[in-house]
Design a binder for this molecule. Structure first.
Ligand code: F6R
Length: 605
């Protein structure tokens, strides 16, 4: 998704802006650009290749400046072309970078056309540029304030003007923006990461805030125009580019980091007290009568898995909703529900909007399960539980997912205790099983060579089915999502019992059917479902627990999982599916860490 960096300094700031863009690259983008202010108007360089290519252009033309804005763009309005890449200009005097989507851009465009503004891009951003220009009467800050009042939608913007060689104006609503304070130089950015090392402190802007960045300081006002101070905090040093080590891709590295990430996420206590979720958790957990989980994509599948745990371990009614559906649905609010948002980034626009929607309906008990301590989501909820996956760079989520599962299992056990359904001995057994997970995952990761052999079959396929039952149905969904997003093979997942209600019609010799076969109460039913597939000529690829007695046969390929993992079985069982997707994608030569059309954190609707 789009990224922003901007600065006002005394030195040539272009290298800092380029470095900032480089650090935001992992978020996914399809074009990038940078502008500096000169007395003849802003100058810009743009690229539809990569930030490295933008950097080459900068060196070639000796592109320098003390005030500038830079951007990585993930196309929403208009294709990924040079013309649509930011910074976008108005009338040769003003330049803007923008994250988010302006919903009323069509109407504004018409009005501005009538004022003889000429549009040279297909972006909604150009509307903001011309709007600010049309309102500008010598005071850039005032023009931006006036303009944002007319915008509907989400935005974080940075604006510069040729009349103000040492000023940059920023604003945010529905899209994150931070202000960075350096030594005689100040910044804006999508995230502290982009300016760490140059800025010593940062503040997170709040909804509707507008800032004016100058050499000597920063002016900040809220949506009413009242002066505000937004709690500055120290910026953690930038850790440098994350090394790949012996791995080919970040996704592979992150799959192999899961044992460590999980062991860091499991609380290092002998008993799970509500305080693990925040000071108020004890009171909150005693007062709730249900759980509502809101999330998107892979995080939604973590929520679906957690429903089984919350209902069986904590005996608490649980609903799981896709955030982008919930936010627009007329639902019946329950003030006694605990609203749990699950998110790697904590910045996903739909999940944030769903959370705010729930809060606006009087559902005040909220908990974020999140991987980013400084994210908007963590700041918005009453309770929090941080996963300790560390930064995830591969667009396809892997270690964030398994650590979310751990966090949600800890929640189920904790709520089970509070509600009297988990006694001390059961808790000790659950904690024991959790602590065994890293070793269990290491044993599963050792299956990689067998999975690579299977991936040779998948490389040539264009479709695949994934089957699971019960707790492993969401894992089948996640396996199918992983395969489609990075290998571009069309994959669908079904609860195995649903096969005969429709999808069985798809099964032919050409259709690989990946089956998750843990040794649980549904095993015999699953074996019957496998026979239904085999009888139609489908080829079955089974990940079977060692004690299931499922054997390789004609058209049945089996990889044995090292042991049976009980209630936590979804966690080890998702790992071979991640590896299968990864090696199939490598075989097909796709851009594994940056799959086409996708971005790491989806900050637009
Ligand atoms: C898929 C994937 C996405 C994210 C989804 C939500 O591999 O990563 O489906 O899970 O975009 O993102 P977060 O968890 O950041 O809210």
């Amino acid at each position: 998704m789009c990224g922003i960096v901007g600065a006002v300094a005394r030195r040539n700031i272009v290298p800092v802006l380029v470095e900032g863009l480089r650090r935001l690259e992992y978020r996914g983008y399809d074009s990038c650009g940078l502008a500096v202010v000169t007395s003849d108007g802003p100058r810009r360089v743009r690229s539809v290749v990569r930030v490295a290519e933008l950097d080459d252009q900068v060196s070639e033309v000796r592109f320098e400046g003390v005030t500038g804005i830079a951007h990585t763009r993930w196309a929403t309005h208009g294709a990924a072309t040079i013309n649509n890449a930011h910074p976008i200009f108005s009338s040769g005097s003003l330049a803007i970078v923008h994250n988010g989507i302006i919903e009323n851009y069509q109407a504004l465009r018409e009005t501005l056309r009538e004022q003889h503004y000429e549009f040279v891009s297909q972006t909604d951003t150009e509307v903001i540029a011309h709007l600010i220009h049309s309102l500008y009467k010598g005071d850039l800050f005032a023009a931006v304030r006036e303009a944002v009042r007319q915008l509907t939608g989400a935005y974080a913007i940075g604006v510069v003007h040729q009349d103000h060689p040492h000023t940059l104006v920023g604003a945010r609503a529905g899209s994150p923006l931070v202000v960075g304070y350096g030594n005689d130089e100040n910044f804006i950015a999508w995230d502290a990461l982009a300016i760490a090392g140059s800025a010593e402190h940062i503040s997170y802007l709040e909804e509707g805030d507008i800032c004016e960045i100058a050499l000597k300081g920063v002016r900040l006002v809220d949506f009413r125009g009242d002066k505000v101070v937004r709690n500055p905090r120290r910026v953690q040093a930038y850790g440098g580019a994350v090394e790949l080590g012996p791995y080919r891709h970040y996704m592979q590295k992150e799959i192999f980091e899961q044992p460590r990430a999980i062991s860091h996420t499991i609380p290092a206590t002998d008993t799970f007290r509500p305080r693990l979720f925040g000071e108020m958790a004890s009171d909150v957990f005693r007062g709730i009568d249900s759980v509502l989980i809101l999330a998107c994509g892979t995080s939604y599948y973590a929520g679906l898995t957690a429903k089984y745990w919350l209902e069986s371990v904590a005996k608490i009614r649980t609903e799981v909703e896709i955030a982008s559906e919930y936010r627009y649905r007329e639902s019946v609010p329950n003030p006694r529900a605990l609203v749990v948002t699950v998110s790697q980034s904590g910045e996903t626009a739909d999940t944030l909007a769903a959370l705010k929607h729930a809060q606006s309906q009087g559902m005040t008990h909220t908990l974020a399960v999140c991987n980013v301590a400084t994210s908007a989501m963590v700041r918005l909820t009453e309770l929090k539980f941080l996963t300790h996956a560390r930064m995830e760079i591969g667009v396809a989520s892997t270690k964030a997912f398994t650590t979310q599962l751990v966090a949600l299992f800890v929640l189920a056990v904790t709520l089970g205790k509070v509600r009297g359904h988990v006694n001390d001995a059961q808790e000790a057994e659950y904690i024991h099983q959790l602590r065994h997970l890293p070793a269990a995952l290491n044993a599963v990761l050792a299956l990689e060579p067998q999975i690579i052999a299977w991936s040779d079959d998948f490389v040539r396929k264009e479709d695949a089915l994934f089957l699971g039952r019960g707790l492993h149905y969401p894992i089948a969904l996640e396996g199918a999502l992983k395969l489609k997003e990075i290998s571009y093979i069309h994959a669908e997942a079904y609860s195995a019992g649903e096969l005969k209600h429709g999808p069985l019609a798809l099964v032919t010799e050409a259709m690989p059917v990946v089956t998750i076969a843990p040794n649980d109460a549904l095993l015999d039913k699953l074996k019957s479902n496998m026979q239904e597939v085999r009888a139609r000529g489908g080829h079955i690829y089974v990940f079977a627990d060692s004690d299931t007695h499922i054997k390789s046969d004609d058209g049945i390929h089996v990889i044995r999982m090292p042991e049976h993992y009980g209630l936590l079985s979804p966690i080890p069982h998702v790992v071979p599916l991640q590896l299968l997707a990864y090696h199939t994608a490598c075989g097909r030569g796709t851009d594994v860490d940056k799959p086409r059309n996708l971005a790491k954190s989806v900050t637009v609707e």
